[in-house]
Design a protein around this ligand. Structure first.
Ligand code: F6R
Length: 366
């Protein structure tokens, strides 16, 4: 059942080219230059006229929600708030009928996310669900939705479900942006082509596995890790840190790179590994400065860069090169080496990667 892999987690990481493709199958039609999501069609007017989108989720699904905040604001120009379901449901949030709430959940059973939906529903919002498990409680509680087609995710650490969520949210932002007129025909076309190239790019990123295994050897015994990213790669930094802590039990924190100087920089010394996601995008120069700041304090830099980068390899202890893609799609590629890094470090530490201590695959208690 593990298809020759040692763990479900590794199998699921390697399934991503396929699960991303499956999540856009029938939805992205390149030839016809057409995007199509059944669940969105009936609520198209609602989306186009929405005052605001509120995203509720927990854990890794919340990180997918953060990526969606960037996507929906960038492409569709709708204000977005991303909320931890557990906080949202208990704080008497302001919700109106002109709000759309998007609930994201792999399992579709997370108690806090379900309760957040019920609350938003009682205040008249339209609820759109993005779930992986067909017929799950959250899928049933929503007004409309789109399934991720990641297939069953067995490893407790979410990997292929995350990239499937981001894929579906990207399609959603493209559809809504195009309908609202904030995403031009030509820009839409360009993104469609680029999105259809993502499975092959993820395939290429998976070839980094051996290199990342070697890097993991160097860091397997450290007590702490920092992850930094900006823009679309900020949620990826959070996700990389969560993956590491949950399966290897190494303390890790993710930060927007620019926040470092407001506190976390005090942690940096010659023992601190800092993973910086520094792909070629609109914040590249700024991230390079952040790397210099880490280096000046002797932090150990592991940089995820775009293929062919000639600047960062001179500054970093380790450089991991991922294929170039559009800035808005980069999380689908840049998260892959971080998943692999956490996997190998956890295996080397003798941890049970598929069933980490204290964690359950669906959190049905609040
Ligand atoms: C992290 C992880 C958890 C889940 C969270 C939400 O790898 O698996 O953080 O993402 O418990 O679960 P779902 O998406 O099922 O609502």
């Amino acid at each position: 059942e593990k298809g020759g892999y040692e763990h479900f987690m590794l199998k699921e990481i390697f399934e991503q080219p396929r699960s991303i493709l499956d999540s856009m199958r029938g939805r992205l039609e390149l030839e016809a230059a057409h995007l199509n999501m059944g669940g969105v069609r009936a609520y198209e007017r609602k989306f186009v006229n929405a005052d605001r989108i509120i995203i509720v989720a927990c854990g890794t699904s919340w990180h997918a929600g953060l990526v969606a905040e960037y996507l929906l604001e960038d492409l569709a120009r709708i204000p977005v708030e991303v909320e931890y379901a557990s906080e949202f449901r208990y704080r008497n949030p302001v919700i109106t009928e002109r709000d759309i709430v998007i609930a994201i959940s792999q399992s579709g059973e997370t108690a806090d996310t379900l309760a957040a939906i019920e609350l938003a529903k009682s205040r008249g919002a339209t609820i759109f669900g993005i779930c992986n498990v067909v017929g799950s409680s959250i899928a049933r509680a929503t007004d409309a939705g789109a399934y991720t087609h990641a297939g069953p995710e067995i490893g407790v650490a979410s990997t292929k479900a995350f990239t499937a969520q981001v894929t579906v949210l990207t399609l959603l932002a493209m559809i809504v942006g195009h309908k609202r007129g904030t995403l031009t025909d030509s820009k839409l076309r360009e993104l469609m082509v680029e999105l259809s190239n993502i499975p092959a790019k993820v395939e290429k990123a998976l070839l980094l596995n051996d290199q990342i295994e070697r890097i993991s050897e160097t860091f397997k015994d450290v007590p702490n890790f920092l992850y930094l990213g900006r823009g679309y790669n900020f949620p990826v930094a959070l996700e990389g840190a969560l993956k590491l802590k949950e399966i290897s039990y190494i303390h890790a924190e993710g930060y927007p790179a620019a926040e470092m100087k407001h506190g976390p920089i005090a942690l940096i010394d010659e023992n601190m590994p800092v993973v910086v996601i520094a792909t070629k995008d609109s914040s590249y120069e700024k991230v390079v400065s952040n790397i210099q700041e880490v280096k000046a304090r002797k932090g150990r830099i592991i940089a995820v860069v775009t293929e062919g980068d000639t600047t960062i390899p001179d500054m970093a202890e380790f450089t991991i090169e991922v294929p170039a893609t559009s800035e808005v799609l980069m999380p689908l590629v840049s998260v892959v080496p971080l998943q692999l890094l956490s996997y190998h470090i956890a295996v080397m530490r003798g941890c049970n990667v598929d069933q980490p201590r204290n964690l359950a695959k669906s959190v049905t208690v609040e």
